[in-house]
Design a protein around this ligand. Structure first.
Ligand code: B12
Ligand code: SF4
Ligand code: SF4
Length: 310
């Protein structure tokens, strides 16, 4: 038992030394599938068919890493202060301003796993950041990193919700943390502020209505019923997080890779509309923005030009 406590403490100290802002541990149990099944059966995932295809693995960590006993969950602050906004500009959500977080957190998690292998040479581990079939928010919640707010993002008391999440699944047992309470209380600011009514209920999001889904994941054309409803967002959306009182604590990130690249937060719409496919590849090579592809970003910019800025 003493060993377990010591090893867990060492892993946590190393995680903080590597630059993670928060770290916690949870037992790698099979998750209650009710929430995910309901969400998928109502088609709240829209065209993200990979969500349904991998549902079984998402709910059972042992299907992602056979023999998994523990989940080490981490959070990294990515918040940056806004620069002055030029006229004629559009908005890009804060999570997409820096270097692609899959690369940044992936590398940090690999370093942590190397350290764990020094402590426990026979143990198997597997990392996950966003695109792995692992439920990042649920593990962060179970590992005591924060609670899931009504907008369905994980909120930490110390840093707010502008945090990326990731995990290491491990075949070793550890000492485990407890979830913290939900601090949303009677607040409904995110539900009231969402421009498209995408938050249907406490923690229930219909992706089909969410600007983030439309501008990043959705590949088709926008129909008339959406006219003007993406506001001025051309990649992602932060409205539900901007109005959240818990983000008053948000402070700039310590990770240089996430520091604001010039002009990314409020790019001139005219510049985006003139981007060639080659310029797109060059400008967004290591950025989350490459996810929408050139066609998607230009579709989004054109839609903002027509529907919102007039
Ligand atoms: C699919 C996806 C999306 C979709 C759907 C979002 C959604 N809310 O599900 C779209 C494209 C819309 C999206 C948008 C965004 N995303 Co996203 N997305 C994901 C992804 C890949 C899976 C999420 C998922 O499993 N959804 C399925 C539903 C069922 O789960 P859920 O939202 O967690 O809601 C359920 C639970 O809360 C559940 N529940 C409540 N308590 C409990 C307890 C237990 C035990 C269980 C099992 C369930 C449960 O009830 C809800 C069911 O209705 C994760 C990465 C990952 N691998 O987990 C990133 C992730 C959630 N996204 C992230 C980000 C940053 C965003 C955006 C902020 C980006 C932006 N600025 O535009 C927006 C936020 C929009 C919003 N309000 O949620 C971060 C969130 C970080 C954080 N602090 O929480 C993640 C974790 C990526 C990462 N690794 O950092 N995203
Ligand atoms: S990201 Fe934007 S559209 Fe999506 S739920 Fe939040 S406020 Fe609504
Ligand atoms: S805006 Fe209010 S209800 Fe929404 S997540 Fe923040 S505290 Fe919770």
């Amino acid at each position: 038992m003493q060993d377990l406590i010591k090893i867990t403490q060492n892993i946590k100290s190393k995680a903080l030394a590597l630059g993670f802002d928060k770290v916690g541990t949870a037992r790698a149990v099979t998750l209650d599938g009710t929430f995910l099944s309901k969400w998928l059966s109502r088609n709240y995932h829209g065209t993200m068919s990979w969500m349904s295809r991998t549902a079984g693995i998402r709910l059972n960590p042992k299907k992602y890493l056979p023999g998994a006993r523990s989940v080490i969950a981490v959070a990294v602050n990515y918040y940056t202060e806004d620069p002055p906004r030029p006229p004629g500009s559009a908005q890009v959500s804060r999570y997409a301003l820096g270097r692609d977080y899959h690369l940044v957190l992936g590398k940090m998690l690999e370093s942590l796993l190397e350290y764990i292998h020094e402590l426990l040479p026979d143990v198997k581990g597997k990392i996950a950041v966003d695109d792995a079939p692992v439920m990042d928010k649920i593990w962060a919640y179970k590992a005591g990193i924060g609670w899931i707010g009504k907008h369905s993002n994980l909120i930490t008391r110390e840093l707010g919700s502008y945090v990326f999440l990731g995990e290491i699944l491990l075949t070793a047992g550890l000492q485990y943390d407890e979830p913290i309470q939900d601090y949303c209380g009677s607040c409904t600011r995110c539900i009231d502020a969402c421009p498209t009514g995408a938050i249907l209920d406490d923690k229930v999001l219909d992706s089909n209505k969410c600007i983030s889904y439309r501008t990043i994941e959705y590949r088709g054309d926008f129909t008339e019923e959406w006219e003007g409803k993406n506001q001025d967002w051309i990649f992602g959306c932060d409205v539900c997080q901007e109005v959240c009182p818990w983000n008053i604590v948000a402070a700039p990130t310590n990770i240089p890779d996430f520091l604001l690249a010039d002009g990314k937060r409020f790019p001139l719409l005219s510049n985006i509309l003139q981007l060639t496919p080659e310029e797109f590849q060059m400008n967004y090579k290591d950025s989350p923005i490459k996810r929408s592809k050139w066609e998607g970003l230009l579709r989004n910019a054109e839609y903002v030009r027509k529907g919102y800025l007039g």
